[in-house]
Design a protein around this ligand. Structure first.
Ligand SMILES: [Zn+2]
Length: 185
């Protein structure tokens, strides 16, 4: 977690984000900037579906796509829509600490039992479901995953700034990620 960059003042917002709606997101959420009115979206936020996170942003400010692990690989049409039709000018991809999509395999038994007991599935059906989808949604490590996903999005949408961010559920703040020693593919 030592690659996380705290942002507790305007000067700590990386210069290349400051002039974009990513800088505004950081000001609203981390610095308590008072909400301005927006009539159209400025930003697309990709974040995990996890219940422990809530962004402090104005109405109409952002499109938000929530998925397991902030994984947008299976949401590309929605990303394209938010940019092309929605007018989002930048993307903030927000991973988080304690993400359940890290080491998903360790939760197999809990997943299967939960579907059997709570949803009325057959055990065999639940196991097959897990084995089919878990490899698609496993993210390995939240920081490395966000960095590799950001690279993919930058390549796919070359004119759109994309910021890798982490939401620490321990203090509910957004952090930048130091990309200088990034070894992700
Ligand atoms: Zn998560």
């Amino acid at each position: 977690m030592n690659r996380l960059v705290p942002i507790n003042s305007e000067t700590e917002i990386p210069a290349h984000f400051r002039e974009t709606s990513i800088g505004l997101l950081l000001e609203y959420h981390n610095l308590g900037k008072s909400h301005e009115p927006y009539s159209s979206a400025q930003l697309l936020v990709g974040m995990c579906m996890d219940n422990r996170k809530h962004l402090h942003i104005p109405d109409n400010f952002a499109y938000i796509i929530r998925t397991g692990g902030a994984n947008l690989r299976y949401s590309e049409f929605k990303v394209s829509y938010a940019i092309a039709v929605g007018g989002a000018k930048a993307i903030a991809l927000i991973g988080h600490t304690q993400c359940g999509m890290v080491n998903l395999i360790a939760r197999k038994e809990q997943f299967v039992r939960g579907l059997v007991e709570r949803a009325g599935w057959q055990r065999e059906q639940a196991e097959e479901h897990f084995h089919h989808y878990a490899p698609m949604f496993e993210i390995g490590n939240e920081i490395d995953f966000i960095l590799s996903e950001v690279k993919r999005l930058r390549f796919r949408y070359p004119n759109i700034p994309v910021a890798p961010l982490i939401y620490r559920v321990e203090d509910n703040k957004l952090y930048g990620i130091d990309e200088t020693n990034d070894l992700a593919p």
